[in-house]
Design a protein around this ligand. Sequence first.
Ligand SMILES: *Cc1c(COP(=O)(O)O)cnc(C)c1O
Length: 417
Amino acid sequence: MAEPSSADRDAADALRRFRERFAFPDPDLVYLDGNSLGRLPVAAVDRAAAVIGDEWGDRLIRAWNEGWWETPLAIGDAIGPLIGARPGEVAIADSTSVNLFKLAVAAMDHQADRPVVLTDDLNFPSDWYILEAAARRADGNHRVEVLRSPDWIHGPVDAIIDRLNDDVALLSLSLVTYGSGYLYDLERVTAAAHAAGAMVLWDLSHAAGAVPIDLGSVGVDLTVGCTYKYLNGGPGSPAFLSVRTDLQDVLGNPVAGWWGHATPFGFDPAYRPTSGIRHFLTGTAPMVSMALIEPGVTMLAEAGIAALRAKSIAQTTYLIERWRTDLVPLGFTLGTPADPDRRGSHVSLDHPQALAIDLALIADHGVIPDFRPPASIRFGIAPLYNTFADLDRAAEAMIEVVTSGRHLDPVDQPAVT
Ligand SMILES: *Cc1c(COP(=O)(O)O)cnc(C)c1O
């Protein structure tokens, strides 16, 4: 029997109805970069009008007492079920980078007698910079050790497990790595770290809203993550952080500001932390962009993470099958784990002319993936709105660019791709 076509698969897609709840000003554009900046939910346009016009415009400062003050924790609680956190364990604040700094310093201070912070060479560069900076700032003499992936695709799980001992204060990794899309085994790695007395800090930026996550199953200590990727919160929307309940009043916030004070309106000269997750907040929440996180999170919750994951695996598998039959002969190699259980929701295809191909896909074919140096094209698949037909369009465009020789045209490295 013939394999179902992309049209058959789209017709049978249980999540098909969600696509029309996103803005499509150019219906022909194939957008495969939702792991970098998710599409605009239609409901976010209405929410923006309300938060600007009604709340800021009409209610003015009264709005802080009419819901704004609670919003960082309320949206945190809306994200909680997507990552298996309990109510009161997640808050929205700052950027992912800043939250990583706050929680990494907090963990190092708490484990001051253990000198090592472990990460891997697949992590996002900002995470390396921040862990280095945090190690320089924390009490004690911490240093960062970066463990090497065996092949630049799979995480160095065995090396991590071998390295964990009573030197290690903190293990910090991306649950889904930004380049290859490798998905760590959260339970196994967290349990190994805990057995050695180390804390874990997972960066969920490429995982939240894309793969099932159950922080509670192994008592994950700390997480951070973006809201503008698979959560569709909008450009630069503030990030989330989570702290396991029993650690919240044990760890300090190294950027202690008035939003985490026990009596913020007492204007006390001395800092006294409030209890719970709120003491990891620092300063005034960016209400306009924070408010826009909720519409995307609501849709993900409605779709259900199990259905999203099933479609995501079907779609990454479909694109990898097209690579195997049509793109291998054109010089493309797979930069993503072949095992669906070990990959997130994007597929990286490598090619010596990857940058030229990426630019031609955007300029000539209306297909937007993402180039990552040195030679990788990343196809982010957001199951709420991407179709199987989108994946055919991307594959056909790559075939056309390479068979026409367009990929050999000289290219200038653009400032931003
Ligand atoms: C996208 C991403 C970030 C981005 O951090 P910002 O502070 O929002 O710029 C950080 N870490 C990882 C792993 C990411 O994927």
